[in-house]
Structure formats: structure tokens, C-alpha cells
Design a protein around this ligand. Structure first.
Ligand SMILES: C[S@@+](CC[C@H](N)C(=O)[O-])C[C@H]1O[C@@H](n2cnc3c(N)ncnc32)[C@H](O)[C@@H]1O
Length: 459
């Protein structure tokens, strides 16, 4: 950004000017497009025409959102192993695709009666062949719409001993059948608002309906359900009515063709048991961490191994922005408004290297508009949404600028500013920030996550 002067590490500040806003703006437009294309976990399938002929009108509306991301074999194997020492006789796999999850459980229990369900017939050949080659003795496949509230009535084999499922992740248009599915699964509390209802939660509920009391479910969920503040109700609903045994944090690219960050949740239906929950993390070399055990209140908060591991090791020495009395505000200027602005606006493209300060322009007169969030000397600026947000942390050494809605302004009492800035921008701080971000492609840092992030004092 024009007029920005960089300060060497905590030395001279980088100066922000209005002119170079253009480049930064272009970058952010690409970035917004990226969010739009990737937030639905990848491209939607366009196979509607050929399939809709024989489906109900309701199902036909949704065949464009099949989300056919298939599970890698290592993930299926981990899921089957973590199902524990049970002796199931029947299994159901909703949204089976080519059967990666069914295959994994049949390898462990070859005598299972397996029922697979998928709306898309294209996968049936490969699915059946794969299960046969694994020596499956009893396999039933049904082409059904899993978002049909009558689903259990179409599956004579229910209730099942185990359910495995990797559902599609998307938000279907609201239908009254969804309320019936959630009620029947006694899972309505998981979605306090209609806008919380997603395909993955409805698949979760359908699985709960199909498994016998005391049966085991191993379900893949997007990271947001396992870690997000907005999914507290979902986690509480599971923990209050069922026994959540294990949550496994998976690496990106666990599913062919998508970077989506996901978890496997393993639970026993019914019998809410106050025992501790086991957390694991698989890394991108498929290595599985040691187990970490957390209690139920901690599990309601979030279920990622990375977060709890970081918290545990730093419980004594660490501090949080919340404890320092930080006020965190999100910027208000959109990238479109920024283009027309007659005053300096700081954006994600304007950050110097981590640990460097920035000198904002000296603005003659006052900023007009109560909606603006203005950064001033001493404020810490951080990217809120960005592919590399953990690298975008600076502190204003002089001047003033409005900030875009892709940024947070962190304002602290003077005596804590430098301590907080050094901790946030250190290699350790940036790694901790990265661990609590979520999203596909572009990452997102939640305000709560930032306020409660454990930070280490730096020299
Ligand atoms: C993410 S893929 C998972 C495939 C497979 N279970 C795996 O793990 O490799 C989701 C699957 O759900 C199926 N599906 C999506 N919506 C469905 C619906 N409403 N009813 C039935 N199947 C559906 C898709 O056809 C696709 O095979």
C-alpha cells in the first residue's frame, strides 16, 4: 500500500498510503471468489437431468449437491480400528459412494451384514465389486434419498449394530421433513435455528435413528461442527444424550479432491456416560498422535486435539487476550467500499512481515462515519480471513486508518500491548493461531478463538 513504510522487527514502522490499495483490492477480490467456490467443499455435481426422472421432486432438487468426495483408505482403516472392541453383526453406510467406509469395516468384521444407501446409482457397480472382492457375505444396496424422513421405513434391516458415514456437506433448502427427521432422532436441540440445519446434521440424525440403542456410530463431520462456537448446541446435544467416545482430527486432503478439514466422531447411542472423551489427530503423513483425554465441558467447547494439546502444555505460563482485557473488533469496510473510499483503509495485502510494525498515514481531520473501525497507534491488526492469516499480524506505530472486514483490531491497555504483540507474532503464536483457524482454502479466525488463545510470553 502506497505510503506504507516498513519497520524492521519492532524498529521503524511501515507506512500505509491510499494509492497502493488497488493491488491489495484485486487480491482480496480473488480471495472472496475463492471463499465462494470452496466454502461448499468443492464443486457441485451436475448430474441432475439423468437422475431426476425417477426421483421424487424433492430429491431431484438436490442431486446437484452430491458432494462425492471419497474417503482415503487410511482414514477408513483408522475409523474401523477406533470403533473399538465390539462384535457387530450388521452395519449401515449412508451415502456409501464406492464404499470406502463399508470396505474398511468389512475388512475388520468379514461376517457383517452390510446395508449401503446412496441416491446416485452410478457408484453401485464399483461399490458391490469392491465389497465382493473383500469377501463380504451379505450386502444389500438401496437407492434412497437420505433426507427423506421416511428413510427407516425403507430399510427392513434396521436397527443396525453400527453406522459409518461420510455425508455430503452443504445447506439444503429448508423442508418441513427436516424438522421431522430431527424430532424423530431426538436431535432437535442440535439445531436451535432453521439456518443451522445442514445436510451433515440431517445425515447424523438419520444415522441415530437407524442404529440400535447401545450401537456404535462413526461419522465424519466438517471441522466447524467439532470446533466452532456456533456448533456448541450440536456438541452438547451429542454429549447429553449419547456417549461420545472418540474425536479424531483428520489432515486436509483426507478425502480425494478436497482440502476440507474434517473429524471422525465415534459415539455409542444412548447411555450418556460421564466418562472422558479420547482425542486423536492424524497428521498429513498419516501418523496418529498419542491420545489426549478431556472431560465433557471441555468437549462441548471444542473437540480438536491441536487446541487441547496446546492448552494443556501451556496452562501455567500462558495468558490470553481476554485475560489482558483486550477489545477485539472486526473491521467494517467491504472491499467494494474500500475501492471508493477517500481515506486510507488497511487490508490483508498491506501487512508487513510478521513482527514488524506499520506506520499508518497521518490523516488530516476526522474520519466520518460511525460505522468505521479505525486503527490507531498501539492497536494490533490481524487478518481475520485469509489463506495465510497467521502470518498477517502487525501493530500500528503511528497514524490512523480504517480497516476492512477481513481484519480484526485488537486494542489493549498500554502496559500489555507489546507483550501481546510479541506473543501473537512469534513463531509459536502464529502456529497456535493457525491451529485454531478453520476453513477450506481461505482460513477464518473466530473472535472467541482469538480471545481465548493461550499465548506464551516472548523475550
Ligand atoms: C462425501 S461422499 C462419501 C462417499 C463414501 N461414503 C466415502 O466415504 O468415500 C457422499 C455420498 O453421499 C451421496 N449422497 C449425497 N446426498 C445424498 C442423499 N440425499 N441421499 C443419498 N445419498 C446422498 C453421494 O452420492 C455420495 O456418494
Amino acid at each position: 500500500m502506497q505510503g506504507a513504510r516498513s519497520l524492521a522487527k519492532l524498529g521503524e514502522p511501515r507506512l500505509l498510503q491510499e494509492g497502493s490499495a488497488r493491488g491489495a483490492m484485486r487480491k482480496s477480490a480473488d480471495f472472496a471468489a475463492d471463499i465462494l467456490t470452496r466454502a461448499v467443499y468443492g464443486a457441485l455435481e451436475q448430474r441432475g437431468d439423468e437422475m431426476s426422472a425417477s426421483l421424487s421432486p424433492f430429491a431431484a432438487k438436490r442431486v446437484g449437491t452430491l458432494n462425492k468426495f471419497y474417503t482415503r483408505a487410511e482414514i477408513g482403516e483408522l475409523l474401523a480400528t477406533e470403533l473399538g472392541s465390539i462384535t457387530p453383526r450388521s452395519a449401515v453406510d449412508l451415502g456409501a459412494g464406492e464404499g470406502s467406509l463399508s470396505l474398511a469395516v468389512v475388512r475388520r468384521w468379514p461376517h457383517l451384514n452390510v446395508t449401503t444407501v446412496d441416491i446416485d446409482d452410478a457408484c453401485v457397480g464399483a461399490l458391490h465389486e469392491r465389497l465382493l472382492s473383500e469377501g463380504v457375505q451379505s450386502h444389500t444396496h438401496r437407492r434412497l434419498d437420505i433426507l427423506d424422513d421416511d428413510l427407516p421405513a425403507h430399510l427392513d434391516q434396521a436397527p443396525f449394530d453400527i453406522a459409518v458415514c461420510n455425508p455430503p456437506f452443504y445447506r439444503p433448502k429448508w423442508d418441513r421433513a427436516f424438522a421431522r427427521i430431527l424430532q424423530a432422532a431426538d436431535f432437535a436441540e442440535a439445531c436451535p435455528a432453521v439456518t443451522d440445519v445442514t445436510a451433515e446434521i440431517l445425515f447424523f440424525a438419520q444415522n441415530l435413528r437407524l442404529v440400535r440403542e447401545g450401537g456404535t456410530l462413526a461419522l465424519i463431520v466438517p471441522a466447524g461442527l467439532a470446533t466452532g462456537w456456533s456448533a456448541v448446541a450440536f456438541r452438547r446435544a451429542i454429549l447429553e444424550k449419547h456417549t461420545l467416545r472418540t474425536a479424531i482430527q483428520l489432515p486436509p486432503y483426507s478425502f480425494a479432491d478436497t482440502e476440507a478439514h474434517c473429524f471422525i466422531l465415534i459415539l455409542t447411542k444412548g447411555q450418556a456416560d460421564p466418562q472422558e472423551i479420547k482425542l486423536l489427530r492424524m497428521d498429513d503423513r498419516n501418523e496418529v498422535s498419542d491420545a489426549l483425554w478431556i472431560d465433557r465441558p471441555a468437549a462441548v467447547k471444542r473437540l480438536d486435539w491441536s487446541y487441547h494439546a496446546a492448552h494443556r502444555e501451556s496452562r501455567d505460563a500462558s495468558f490470553t487476550l481476554r485475560e489482558l482485557g483486550a477489545q477485539v473488533r472486526r473491521g467494517s469496510i467491504t472491499t467494494v467500499e474500500r475501492r471508493a473510499a477517500s481515506y486510507p483503509v488497511f487490508h490483508t495485502g498491506d501487512f508487513p512481515s510478521p513482527g514488524e510494525l506499520v506506520a499508518l498515514p497521518e490523516v488530516a481531520g476526522k474520519f466520518l462515519g460511525s460505522r468505521l473501525v479505525i486503527a490507531q497507534t498501539g492497536d494490533i491488526l490481524m487478518a481475520r480471513v485469509d489463506r495465510d492469516l497467521h502470518q498477517k499480524i502487525t501493530m500500528a506505530a503511528a497514524g490512523e486508518a480504517a480497516i476492512t472486514d477481513c481484519l480484526y483490531r485488537v486494542r489493549l491497555p498500554e502496559e500489555h500491548r507489546m507483550r501481546a504483540f510479541k506473543a501473537l507474532s512469534s513463531a509459536d503464536g502464529r502456529e497456535r493461531i493457525r491451529a485454531v483457524t478453520k476453513g477450506v482454502g481461505a482460513r477464518l479466525l473466530g473472535k472467541g478463538e482469538l480471545l481465548d488463545l493461550p499465548l506464551f510470553p516472548q523475550p
